[in-house]
Design a protein around this ligand. Structure first.
Ligand code: HEM
Length: 170
């Protein structure tokens, strides 16, 4: 029997616009289930990390900018906003192989930030590190070096898509 008859069928290649292999998509979706169970908590942690940065863009969050980190942790409206932002990532992750679907989600999300005074598209990238830190905290031991690589590629891809969507608005 020829070798190729013995080996399992290789997964279908991903869309060339997606910077992840089929195996990375599989691992990401499996890992994301762990985040999905703690979506809001992960989102709040992400915002706390974001507000800890020196990013000037945080002043755009009028309601939160003057609160201490402890106050932010207890703020129900932050929990609500964090849930909404994480729901955007969740929607993308569940269909991450569908590049056109991700563009649609990000077009919608970009529109929410249209005409925001003092906002520039590249500010979305300020969420990259806070997102990775929060995911790392939620996953604990499950955040392997391999998952670190996969999440880094994924969040960069999602935020770049969002930046492009926002730039296309103007
Ligand atoms: C530096 C980056 C960002 C800035 C400065 C920013 C700014 C804002 C502000 C000022 C609001 C209104 C908050 C309020 O109602 O108090 C908002 C809402 C929102 N943002 Fe962002 N945002 C950023 C990144 C993101 C990212 C990365 C996502 C999603 C992936 C996102 C998704 C949303 C959503 C879903 C809402 C809620 C809109 C609603 O309530 O209808 N934002 N954003």
């Amino acid at each position: 029997m020829a070798d190729d008859e013995m080996s399992p069928p290789s997964p279908a290649p991903t869309d060339p616009r997606l910077p992840l292999s089929a195996m990375q998509v599989f691992k990401l979706k499996k890992s994301w289930k762990g985040i999905k169970r703690c979506l809001e908590d992960t989102g709040v942690e992400m915002f706390i990390r974001y507000f800890k940065t020196k990013s000037p863009s945080k002043v755009l969050f009028e309601h939160f900018k003057s609160q201490s980190l402890d106050e932010l942790r207890m703020d129900e409206s932050l929990e609500k906003l964090a849930g909404k932002v994480m729901a955007v990532f969740d929607e993308c992750m569940l269909n991450i192989e569908n590049v056109d679907g991700t563009v649609e989600v990000m077009d919608r999300t970009a529109l929410l930030h249209k005409g925001m005074n003092g906002f520039a598209a590249t500010m979305f990238l300020d969420f990259q590190e806070p997102f990775l830190d929060a995911v790392k905290i939620t996953l604990g031991d499950r955040y392997s070096d391999n998952m670190d690589t996969i999440y880094k590629i994924t969040i960069r891809y999602l935020l770049d898509t969002l930046v492009k969507s926002h730039k296309a608005l103007s």
